[in-house]
Design a protein around this ligand. Structure first.
Ligand code: ADP
Length: 539
């Protein structure tokens, strides 16, 4: 080999900030604040405040490699931390505030952050747990200076902290493999695990995400992330949007239908993304109010499978295209996205829509996929045979934070814990998470498929399916339904709806009605449902 003779400019997140300031200085960033105001500035304003924050962090003694933690919503102040902390070589540990206290304490203990930035919403949480966060030397409240409440932890004020700082700062240039973000999985199985993103992974992933064959961003797009900044960097949108000169709209914690509608219509949002629960609420709101989706063109949905009824309603009632994505904290976090291909387009619009709504995504440059059987042999790409989904690539995890051994195998393959099929067009379909698949009499039932069919039943808001112990079949499905307000849904009605749509042995043995519990990352809490119904079929 002879070395190439091109520049070795490292891929650092500050290169995105610098680029946006140079190329799109006046493109707007609109943020709801926790105080309830709307804050407006632009990429030049963001870059300026990031430099002030970088000075403040440096003055605090935050050094390269140190962890800085945040407990914060989707706001401009949190966005500033996204750039300033990694920009000086520190690591931003975005803590998910919806986790249980013990998990938050575990993460704080594990990550050893020296400074904690938090929104006023979380003041009670911080005060309750501060004594169990001995690594934290300073607490900073992300709030207006007016009416600042230092609370029991004696928090400094964010605005006061950066106010007197110079707006110049020489961002250091360092190895692109340096850590930038520390994101923990939600710990539905065991303790949360830390995934330590490198600058390189974040930048490469964000570049790929905006491509025409993925989110298809242009400088005309107005992007509103409804995925949380605290959960795996809001699917990389805070980076992909500036790379493409998109206007950015940050909804803070207000993800209810009315609040989203206000921003979508008022700010001309063209593109948004979030977990299915958010869109269920939004579609409900539109139905109730007869509202329109305004300029909205595309919605990416992931984190859990997209209910087909949701994608259909977006398209037929509102002319909005739903694109399904799949990813996980371990894939930084966007893995694949289901976008059209010429081969599928030949089958006609309806078949194309069905294909991209019911598949989690398709092979894309930067992430390799394979499915393997129990012995580790590769399974065929026939769209039928399912296997354990393995991924690898430049934004896939190698090893969890503070663990001795790699989690990827010797060839770089990471076992996602998902069960999937792959087809001849490179489309991937998740049939279940390994631990959620229902084993009935030696056969497998896909809880996701069954949920998807049940979600189409009129009056059903959320459908959840879990396998529960059965005296004869080992496990059988129990369907738990949360209905829309005022809807009259009966057990017989549900079974009648399902019967022509699924094979007979997939029909649930019991249908229950009630609120469906959700995890801190917006997924159906199956652990909780399995525990609640564990004896339901044993009588
Ligand atoms: P958590 O911390 O809750 O595990 P992640 O975002 O890391 O949060 O969860 C990743 C998992 O979410 C994936 O392994 C997969 O099981 C599930 N998931 C993500 N996107 C989809 C999707 N479009 N359809 C079905 N499951 C999905």
């Amino acid at each position: 080999m002879i070395p190439g003779l091109m520049q070795t400019t490292p891929l650092l997140t500050t290169s995105i900030l610098n680029f946006a300031e140079a190329a799109h200085p006046r493109r707007e960033i609109v943020s709801r604040t926790v105080e309830g105001r709307i804050h407006r500035y632009d990429y030049a304003g963001l870059a300026e405040r990031c430099r002030k924050l970088a000075n403040a962090l440096t003055k605090m003694g935050v050094a390269s490699g140190d962890r800085v933690a945040s407990l914060a919503w989707n706001t401009h102040r949190h966005l500033e931390l996204f750039y300033a902390a990694p920009g000086i070589g520190a690591v931003l540990n975005t803590v998910n505030p919806r986790l249980f206290d013990e998990q938050i304490v575990y993460i704080m203990e594990h990550a050893q952050a020296r400074v904690l930035f938090y929104d006023a919403t979380f003041a009670p949480l911080v005060e309750r747990l501060a004594a169990q966060m001995p690594s934290v030397e300073r607490f900073v409240l992300l709030a207006d200076e007016d009416g600042h409440q230092p609370g029991a932890v004696g928090a400094e004020n964010y605005e006061a902290l950066i106010a007197g700082e110079p707006d110049t700062f020489d961002w250091p240039v360092f190895d692109e493999n340096a850590a930038s973000f520390l994101c923990y999985t939600s710990g539905t199985t065991g303790d949360p695990k830390g995934v330590l993103y490198s600058h390189r992974a974040v930048v490469l992933q964000a570049m790929a995400e905006g491509l025409a064959s993925a989110f298809g961003f242009t400088a005309f797009d107005v992007v509103m992330p409804c995925s949380s900044l605290y959960h795996a960097t809001a699917w990389g949108l805070p980076f992909a949007a500036p790379i493409n000169g998109c206007k950015l709209v940050l909804p803070a914690e207000k993800m209810d239908g009315a609040s989203l509608q206000e921003l979508i219509e008022g700010e001309g949002v063209t593109f948004s993304g979030g977990v299915p629960t958010i869109w269920t609420m939004y579609l409900d709101y539109l139905k109730k109010t007869g509202g329109s989706t305004g300029t909205l063109q595309r919605v990416v949905v992931g984190g859990s499978a997209v209910p087909l009824a949701m994608a259909e309603s977006f398209k037929t009632d509102h002319g909005v295209q739903v694109l399904q994505i799949w990813g996980m904290t371990e894939t930084c976090p966007l893995g694949v996205i289901a976008t059209p291909t010429p081969a599928l387009a030949e089958l006609g619009q309806e078949a194309l829509d069905q294909a991209i709504w019911t598949r989690q995504g398709r092979l894309q440059f930067g992430i390799e996929l394979k499915i393997v059987d129990d012995d580790g042999n590769e399974a065929p790409h026939d769209g039928e045979t399912s296997g354990a989904l393995m991924v690898r690539g430049p934004w896939t995890i190698q090893r969890y934070f503070r663990q001795e051994a790699d989690v990827a195998d010797a060839d770089g393959w990471f076992d996602t814990g998902d069960i999937a099929t792959l087809d001849e067009f490179g489309f991937m379909r998740i049939t279940d998470r390994k631990k959620d698949v229902i084993k009935s009499g030696g056969e497998w039932i896909s809880s996701i498929d069954l949920e998807n069919v049940a979600a189409g039943c009129p009056g059903v808001k959320v459908a959840a399916v879990v396998g529960v112990p059965h005296p004869k079949w080992e496990e059988r499905p129990v369907l738990v339904i949360e209905t829309h307000e005022g809807a009259n849904v009966t057990v017989d009605g549900v079974i009648e709806f399902l019967t022509p749509r699924v094979v007979k042995w997939w029909l649930p043995d019991a249908v229950e009605f009630g609120a469906v519990p959700m995890t801190a990352t917006g997924k159906i809490d199956k652990k909780c449902l399995r525990a609640a119904y564990k004896d339901r079929l044993m009588a």
